[in-house]
Design a protein. Structure first.
Ligand code: SF4
Length: 377
């Protein structure tokens, strides 16, 4: 297939659903309990609800929405740090738009902007570097956020700033890495997963080899998946086929985009600029060892954490907020008491309601047959 509408073909989707139904009916475990397949990436969560995929699947398959939306897992204390930097009079704070409304303990970046902070939305870190060149008397801070997908563009911008000798540019680095997080999920006693849809965008950078431990040590199948409806359905079928055959392998459904070896140039920039933090806090998941990165010593002058004094305080989420349980797949978004009442996309209380890739936002926006059946929407 070549064109995008071919990956959204209803008739082919119907054939795949029939194949999935036939396959799942031959898996003995599916007669005892639903098979739990986690989509790691928020992009997949968005596709699953946008195209109504969850409602088309047989009841023997339960999709668990994982922690792959970087905005959703940003802890409140880090948002407070952003606001503290952004409210300094000498600072122009630059960020991707989807981080603007993530709630901090007192305010979001959007509210800080309304209060007078100079906060600007950008499409790339290079845009932030351009602002730095144009404003030599101001301090320009870029909010570096995201998994390995966005890490290379931040790294390349820092390398560019270093080569030009730019002195008024820095990065508040909140980049996170997927493999330790998957390990933490697999070690969690709360979760009983039978397979994974692997993240397509992250895998474009890191390739498929870093996931081998999932198959070898944890004996779980993973299929790196594309984002169109037929991609997702085919990947679910591939995971089921592995379960049926008693296999646990790392397969690549998204080979048209994801090279098995990843992107060498991007990996080289990442290795040059970043080192692993000992631990990093995730909203709803707590602290995960080696799951975040910071700038290496030769690039310390571009590190906003070393440049500015930060509150650096851990803030607990509101007690009624159940983002952690949703992120771990223990409950569905509509089972949170705040869903659709106190917490909506217009008035988000939790980060999962903010980003389009957040499970709560996707459920709210597109609804879900299961939720409708339960009378929750
Ligand atoms: S409804 Fe709001 S508070 Fe509840 S889990 Fe979702 S984002 Fe968090």
């Amino acid at each position: 297939m070549k064109y995008i509408d071919e990956f959204r073909d209803r008739e082919k989707a119907a054939v795949l659903i029939k194949e999935i139904e036939a396959l799942v009916s031959t898996i003995p475990l599916a007669k005892e309990r639903p098979l739990n397949i986690m989509e790691v990436c928020g992009g997949h969560t968005h596709s699953i609800f946008r195209y109504g995929i969850e409602g088309m699947l047989p009841k023997e398959i339960d999709l668990v929405h994982g922690p792959g939306c970087p905005v959703c897992v940003l802890p409140m204390g880090r948002v407070d740090d952003c606001v503290a930097i952004a409210e300094r009079p000498e600072v122009i704070f630059t960020t991707f738009g989807d981080a603007m409304r993530v709630p901090g303990s007192k305010k979001s970046l959007m509210q800080a902007k309304a209060d007078g902070a100079d906060i600007r939305m950008v499409y790339s870190p290079m845009d932030a570097l351009t602002i730095a060149r144009m404003n030599p008397d101001r301090e320009i801070v870029f909010f570096g956020l995201g998994f390995e997908t966005t890490m290379p563009s931040t790294a390349l911008t820092i390398l560019q700033a270093a080569s030009e000798g730019v002195t008024n540019f820095s990065v508040f680095c909140n980049h996170i890495t997927i493999v330790p997080t998957l390990k933490a999920i697999l070690e969690s006693p709360d979760l009983h997963l039978d397979g994974f849809l692997g993240p397509g965008h992250v895998s474009m950078v890191i390739g498929t080899a870093p996931y081998e431990f999932i198959a070898r040590f944890y004996k779980k199948p993973m299929v790196v998946a594309g984002f169109e409806p037929l991609d997702v359905l085919q990947s679910i079928w591939m995971v089921l086929k592995q379960i049926k055959e008693g296999r646990a392998d790392i397969e690549n459904q998204y080979a048209r985009v994801v090279p098995d070896d990843g992107n060498a140039a991007a990996l080289s920039a990442v290795a040059e600029v970043y080192e692993l933090r000992e631990f990093f806090e995730w909203r709803g998941l707590g602290s995960i060892d080696h799951s975040g990165v910071r700038l290496r010593e030769p690039y310390a002058r571009f590190d906003a954490e070393r440049r500015f004094a930060l509150p650096n305080v851990t803030i607990a989420d509101p007690t009624a907020c159940q983002c952690g349980e949703v992120l771990k797949g223990m409950i569905k978004p509509w089972q949170c008491k705040l869903f659709g009442a106190a917490c909506t996309p217009e008035t988000p209380l939790g980060a999962l309601m903010v980003s389009a890739e957040g499970a709560c936002s996707a459920y709210y926006q597109y609804g879900s047959l299961k939720a409708e059946r339960a009378g929750a929407i």
